[in-house]
Design a binder for this molecule. Structure first.
Ligand SMILES: *[C@@H]1O[C@H](CO)[C@@H](O)[C@H](O)[C@H]1NC(C)=O
Ligand SMILES: *[C@@H]1O[C@H](CO)[C@@H](O)[C@H](O)[C@H]1NC(C)=O
Ligand SMILES: *[C@@H]1O[C@H](CO)[C@@H](O)[C@H](O)[C@H]1NC(C)=O
Ligand SMILES: *[C@@H]1O[C@H](CO)[C@@H](O)[C@H](O)[C@H]1NC(C)=O
Length: 378
């Protein structure tokens, strides 16, 4: 993910306004900004007040691909790309929320004054851009008995209180790892955080970020490992209605040091946060690229029964073997069944841009099938 500045020009100006003479401007500008609505119908600038009983939470990373999304399902779009007012107007037209991305250094938030100013800045930005909340995505390392541990829970609570108070019906969410068991050295107060916000988005992917056993290519989100993560969140007391299942619309391409006859791809050891081996050695590939490559691969699409995931192998132009592990409608629908069986809040993906929206007949079918599996089975 590339870091895109979402800072509103007016806010940059406001930060310079430390001189008392300009204090008046500080008060007037946000009000003026709130008044100018970029939508054809000014009513579309109002935040969404409806609370759906099932969430389809979509991450968008920019461009205009959103025009091809299945808006009949979307309830929230977390915009991690450049702010697009056209997207905001359209989402509101379809009754969907549009939320900001929130990221901040955990070292800084130990200071309550810093937290307050960070929250005020995000709130101001959300108001100026007519948005409906914020998705806090902090994936940093936190030690269990550190001041950051409690500061993070406090940040989420204070952000939720401020947003709910200032933007009626707004939504505050937090992204958590696939398991609460200190994945990637993230010791967070998961139940405290879930209590403090509207719901958490469980990032059930990058599950090979810390591999302690054999260093071989494996699924991005293996079936059992993924569902064990949800069982564990529920076990620590989190209400299933506070959990949204996050599934990947991308896979990993690994270069094999050796590819055995029974399809075991040995990979280079790249350590990550204490583990000797990691998916960091692989390359993330969107589903649309995978679908263009799979038919011409040497293996074609294969199915791994243990991990309940598809993969294929191919040879690159310099003769090296690669193995690509990904998710498709079959592997996703197996996991998605858990959402209904355990009464989770909904489902979502990283990220919606990964599908092929070119309109080509085969691609169109594949794209529709990926959106289709998000639907609740009645
Ligand atoms: C966590 O604690 C370990 C050991 O005391 C230390 O080396 C590490 O830097 C700490 N990490 C953070 C993010 O504070
Ligand atoms: C987590 O946060 C909640 C709410 O702030 C608090 O009551 C609880 O004691 C915390 N849990 C742990 C294990 O620190
Ligand atoms: C790849 O093969 C599958 C199964 O044979 C077929 O349905 C699909 O259309 C092919 N994809 C492309 C891009 O040709
Ligand atoms: C998944 O876990 C269940 C229960 O722990 C076990 O019975 C099953 O064999 C596992 N499946 C795979 C494919 O590992």
């Amino acid at each position: 993910m590339s870091e895109t500045s979402l800072r509103h020009p007016r806010l940059v100006a406001s930060q310079l306004c430390l001189l008392s003479g300009l204090a008046v401007l500080l008060l007037v500008l946000p009000l003026a900004a709130t008044a100018d609505c970029p939508c054809r119908d000014p009513a579309l600038c109002r935040p969404i007040s409806h609370h759906p009983d099932y969430e389809v939470f979509v991450f968008d990373v920019g461009y205009k691909t959103w025009k091809s999304y299945d808006w009949s399902q979307i309830t929230t779009v977390a915009t991690f790309g450049k702010y697009d007012s056209e997207l905001m107007c359209y989402a509101h037209f379809r009754g969907a929320r549009v939320v900001l991305k929130g990221d901040v250094s955990v070292k800084d938030i130990i200071d309550p004054t810093f937290r307050a100013s960070w929250i005020a800045e995000k709130l101001n930005l959300a108001k100026n851009q007519h948005m409906d909340g914020i998705n806090i995505d902090i994936e940093q390392e936190v030690n269990c008995s550190s001041p950051e541990y409690d500061a993070l829970t406090a940040l989420v609570k204070e952000t939720t209180d401020a947003f709910h108070r200032e933007i009626e019906g707004s939504q505050v969410t937090f992204d958590v790892a696939w398991s609460p068991k200190h994945i990637d050295r993230r010791c967070y107060n998961y139940s405290g955080i879930a209590d403090a916000c509207d719901f958490v988005f469980v990032m059930s992917y990058d599950e090979q970020s810390q591999v302690w056993s054999e260093c071989i290519a494996a699924a991005n989100a293996p079936y059992n490992q993924t569902l064990t993560g949800y069982d564990d969140y529920i076990k620590i007391g989190i209400n299933p209605k506070k959990l949204v299942m996050g599934i990947p619309w991308y896979g990993y391409d690994y270069t094999c040091l050796k590819l055995s006859e029974d399809d075991v791809c040995t990979i280079t050891k790249v350590p990550f946060r204490g583990a000797p081996c990691s998916d960091a050695v692989g390359r993330q590939v969107p589903y649309k690229v995978i679908m263009k490559q799979v038919n011409s691969s040497i293996s074609g699409s294969q199915w791994n029964k243990d991990q309940q995931a598809p993969y294929y192998s191919y040879k690159d132009s310099s003769g090296r073997f690669h193995q690509v592990w990904y998710d498709n409608p079959k592997s996703i629908s197996l996991k998605a069944a858990y959402v209904q069986n355990h009464g989770l809040r909904g489902i979502g993906m990283w990220n919606a841009n990964c599908l092929d929206y070119s309109g080509d007949a085969v691609a169109k079918q594949q794209t529709e099938e990926m959106w289709e599996v998000l639907k609740r089975k009645l």
